[in-house]
Design a binder for this molecule. Structure first.
Ligand code: AMP
Length: 170
């Protein structure tokens, strides 16, 4: 299946100069959504995933679908002050300034085999911070997977020590 037809380019969103990759057409189409899920799962054969980590907010969509399909737990990584229990945090650089992500301290047990999921791998700052959170709690990162990778931004370099799979590469 050609998944690219389910990603819509939105120019200058959320600010000028950004070409936003809108995944909502994929979410709308039940058949394409299932095919994408199967495609991502086919790259996880015999990988023994214990938990899926999904990144706020668009990483939640397929993150939860993956967790359900793999019959494992789901862990939300969220922006600051969204999670109600005790958290650990990791910060990362943005074009202007810094951002922080948080995870519940009891979400991962030492040695848990973790799949990290997000919709887009761009500069890799987000994924790197999520890897840090997982490793802080002793999780083992089995794969970082994405619906798409914007390869011209070289995000892979930031998380090169981990296996990476992207369904689509631009
Ligand atoms: P980065 O940290 O630069 O790899 O950015 C990845 C995060 O930002 C992901 O959570 C994406 O949802 C979001 N993101 C970055 N660039 C885009 C884009 N062009 N279109 C849609 N989402 C993006």
């Amino acid at each position: 299946m050609d998944f690219k037809q389910y990603f819509r380019d939105i120019q200058d969103f959320p600010k000028e100069g950004i070409l936003f990759k809108d995944i909502t057409p994929l979410l709308l189409d039940a058949e394409a959504r299932e095919k994408m899920l199967e495609h991502l799962v086919s790259e996880l054969k015999n990988k023994q995933i214990d938990k899926v980590v999904g990144v706020e907010s668009r990483g939640f969509f397929f993150g939860i679908l993956l967790a359900q399909k793999l019959n494992v737990g789901f862990i939300p990584v969220r922006k600051p002050k969204k999670l109600p229990y005790k958290t650990i945090s990791a910060s990362y650089e943005l074009e202007y300034g810094q951002d922080t992500l948080e995870m519940h301290i009891d979400a991962i047990q030492k040695g848990d085999r973790i799949l990290i999921h997000d919709d887009v791998l761009a500069t890799g700052g987000t994924a790197k911070a999520v890897c840090e959170l997982v490793e802080k709690l002793g999780g083992e990162i089995v794969q970082c997977n994405f619906l798409m990778e914007l390869s011209f931004l070289n995000g892979k370099e930031k998380i090169a020590q981990h296996p990476i799979f992207s369904a689509i590469t631009y």
